[in-house]
Structure formats: structure tokens, C-alpha cells
Design a protein around this ligand. Sequence first.
Ligand code: TPP
Ligand code: MG
Length: 380
Amino acid sequence: MAEQKPRNGNKKPGSRRRPGFQMRISTRYAPRKPANGQARSCITGSSLTEEQLLELYRYLKLTRLVEERIVNLYRQTKVVGGVYRSLGQEATAVGSAYALRPDDFITPIIRDLGAVFVKGIRPREIFAQYMAKAWGPSGGKDLNVHFGYLDRGFIGPISHLGDMIPVMTGILLAARMQKKDIVGLAYIGDGGASTGAFYEGMNFAAVQRLPLIVIAEYNHYAYSTPTNLQTAVRNLAERAAAFGIPGHIVDGNDVIACYEVTKQAIDYARKGRGAVLIEAKTYRRKGHAEHDDQRYVPEGEVEYWEKHNDPIDRFEKYLLDQKVATREKLEEITADVMREINEDSEWAESSPMPEPEGAAYGVFDNAIVAPALRPKILES
Ligand SMILES: Cc1ncc(C[n+]2csc(CCOP(=O)(O)OP(=O)(O)O)c2C)c(N)n1
Ligand SMILES: [Mg+2]
């Protein structure tokens, strides 16, 4: 028998082994309908308690029902600006964000309302923000997803796709210099993952071994462009090899799988081993925004995902099959979510619109005030 070469035979003694390089694809991802024709559920063997599982369910329902209410307000012309839905992909945002500690940082994008709720933002803040009200987090200065709270570790996204990756990388570098033990979770779409900023941010985080977890949402579209027309890779996670970091693929419509894979990545990053790229396979069931009629989507595609791969249906099946909850318990949680939504949307509707001169505050250094506003501001 030929002599086996030692595995690291070419390595210089004492050279540091790089983590990652090889792709790690989660076997929990099953892209097709189960062969036995059964409706899909979620992975079993979770480390979550029953109480946590029900909390996840609450976040999923909250996300879907808040978005439905926003659409309702939009149709009444009460919303200023666009409405972007995460219908069908709520499990990706909720499951991944649930793995964070409260002091960790997060930067969601337009399909990650679920992560925003997990981070502790209340529905009333979202309603007021969408309606550009004075009581909203940006006081009516910006719209929909464009707000953040630095003190809560919630970094609001800017519109430029890809740019939040180097921003989060910078935050994590600063945190390391300040000896803070935090990880950063950044979300990116399949379209956004083709920008230069994404590559630069990932590369820098990788070489600095910063605790950056990136969730790349493969939801099949960027605006009207199908993913296979804007990137030649089949799996976004394959790009991890270019940065020398681990890459994972997870079923983005399985909330438990999303939680478990992110938890693993967070543990890895927190130990100082560096960045991780997680690709969540999911599907955008609505158009880019409410104005988009999706005429570019092949017939039956949306319906297929709705029928066979809805993340809430799947989680309900799991909770019932595993006897974590009864149907009545799930209805009770949903009713409670509806109560909160009704109360919070009324609160947001009762907010006044912002005072016009408020536009001059919190944007630039207020020592420099536009001449037209100067007398009024100096009076107050
Ligand atoms: C650099 C840049 N190019 C183009 C746009 C316009 N734009 C906004 S969202 C979007 C599509 C994003 O698709 P994807 O990243 O897949 O995220 P999804 O909407 O599917 O969640 C585009 C092209 C932008 N905001 N920034
Ligand atoms: Mg996309």
C-alpha cells in the first residue's frame, strides 16, 4: 500500500492555519418538494426551548401582519414612499436575528423587517416611519427602512446596495479596538451581493478576522432580474472561497434551520475565528415594491412557493406535529399580535406630521442653518 502523505505535509512549522476555505453546505437545505408528497415542516433537534419556539412564531406572525397593515395604509394613501414586503421570506430574517445577543449589531435591508422586530423595535415605530410622522424614529425626515438606533446596535441601511457590508466591517473593527465583545450581522440581497462594495467589505472583514456574519438572501430576483441573469454562480455561498472564510447554505424558509446555522456562525465569529457567509435560499413572493405587478415572473411560480414553501405554514406544521403548541395556542398568539398592531397603528396615525423647520435639525451641524430658517430656529 502506498505510503500516505501527512495531511499538512507542506506546511511550514508554526504557520498559522487559515480557517475556512472549504465550503460547508448545510445538509438541511432540501431544494425540492419532499418525495413523499408531505407538506414541508422544519428541521428537528433544535436547541431552542418551547418558549423560544413560540416567541419565534410570534415574530413571524408580527412581521407578516405588520406588513399587511402597512399595505392597507398604503392603499389609503397614508404611507409616504414605497412599501417593500418580505412575504415568503420572513423566516430568514427572524431566525437569523434571533441568534444574536442584545448588544450585537445588525444592519437589515428592505426584506428584513422580522430582524428589526427581533432587535426590539416596536410596530408603532415602523408605522410612524412609513407614514413619515413626527413621532417616528426619523421624525419624518426619511422613509420606510431608512432609520436606525446606534445605541441599540441597529444600523439603518442606506439605499446603495452593498455599502452596509463595509460599514459593518468598520463598526466591528472599531469595536475590536475598543475591546468590545460584539458580533455584527449584515443582510444583503442576491443583487446586492454582486456589487463591488460587498466584495471589498467581505474581503477586509475576512483578512482582519472580524466577527462579521453576512446573510445573503437568494430570493430569486433583484427588481425584475432573475438571479441567474446577474451572477454566474449557482450558490452565493460559493463566494466564501474567494475570501477564505466558511460559507453555508441554509433553507431560508425554515426558521429553525436559519436560527441554528446563524448561531453556529456567531459562536465561530465570537471565538475570534473570523467572518462567515451564510446564503439563505428563499423566494420573494411579492414584487420589488407595491407598485411592481411582477409581470416578468413565470406563471404559477409564486403560487408554487405559496403552496409548498410558506415559512409560516411550515413552522405551524412543525409546532403542531412536535406538540409544542395546539392550534388554539397559535390562534391566541396571532390574536395578541393583532391587538398590538391595532393599538400601534392607531398610535402612529394619531401622531402629527413633523413641523417644517424640524427638517433643519439632526441632518447637518445646526450651527450652519439655511438662511430661510435661521430666524425661526434662533428664536426657539
Ligand atoms: C448600487 C445600487 N444599484 C442599484 C440600486 C437600485 N436598487 C434598489 S433595490 C434593487 C434590487 C435589489 O435586489 P436584491 O439585492 O436581490 O435584494 P431584494 O430586493 O431581492 O431583497 C436595486 C437594483 C441601488 N439601490 N444601489
Ligand atoms: Mg433578491
